[in-house]
Design a protein around this ligand. Structure first.
Ligand code: SAM
Ligand code: 2KA
Ligand code: SF4
Ligand code: MG
Length: 193
């Protein structure tokens, strides 16, 4: 759909310069999704892997973040291989709703109620990033913390439009349950893509 060089705004790599590759297509249907224009894969031009990697290589960071849409709707083996050949680390942003393809240096799993993640993606997650939309989402987040590996970083991220409402609950929850960390969408505060 698009690719851009920016600062990773979320998760453990927040603040790190990275090349983002946003793949079109998603059928998960989160009503609060902040990139609904990504859902229809057909609405975006196709690009070859060679073109994508050539563009990415023009920038100094060797972190590539593959996002979407739901990137796992595509087979990502060849893209990851091409990025690795050029010295990139490959980072994935996924809902986990489709089988894992590609070789990953970092997997961010953000599970969704609308289409549940597969066990294999839960097992592969390096970070679990749960979007908090309402007060019931804390218990739901806990249920996924049981399904990821023991070294997985646990993150709570407020749904952007509900930040003001959810932040006080999140602060108090994290103080009580310090295994969780806060993830804020930094890029939206500092106005970068
Ligand atoms: C747009 S999604 C694309 C990748 C994949 N489909 C997924 O959901 O993980 C990238 C990240 O943004 C998060 N996200 C999307 N809309 C959001 C919103 N309104 N507020 C907070 N986080 C949001 C998702 O949960 C996910 O972690
Ligand atoms: N700067 C920036 N950081 C991000 N981290 C995850 C994003 C995503 O949409 O997957 C994202 C994004 O869209 N922009
Ligand atoms: S899974 Fe990701 S891209 Fe798809 S609707 Fe949900 S937040 Fe948006
Ligand atoms: Mg985003």
């Amino acid at each position: 759909m698009e690719a851009f060089y920016t600062i990773q705004g979320e998760g453990r790599y927040q603040g790190t310069a990275a090349y983002f590759i946003r793949l079109g297509g998603c059928d998960v249907g989160c009503h609060w999704c902040d990139v609904k224009e990504s859902w229809d894969a057909e609405a975006h031009p196709q690009q070859s892997i060679e073109e994508i990697v050539e563009q990415a290589s023009k920038y100094p960071s060797r972190v590539a973040v593959i996002t979407g849409g739901e990137p796992l709707m595509h087979n990502l083996d060849a893209l990851c291989e091409a990025l690795h050949l050029q010295g990139f680390r490959t980072h994935l942003e996924t809902s986990g709703a489709y089988p894992l393809t590609g070789h990953w240096d970092w997997v961010c799993l953000s599970p969704k109620k609308f289409k549940k993640p597969l066990a294999e993606v839960c097992q592969a997650a390096d970070e679990l990033k749960v979007v908090i939309y309402n007060k019931f989402d804390f218990e739901w987040a806990e249920s996924y913390s049981q399904q990821v590996g023991k070294d997985c970083t646990l993150l709570l991220q407020p749904e952007w439009d509900r930040t003001e409402l959810m932040l006080p609950l999140m602060i108090s929850y994290i103080k009580q349950h310090p295994q969780w960390r806060m993830s804020l969408q930094m890029h939206k505060y500092i106005n970068v893509p």
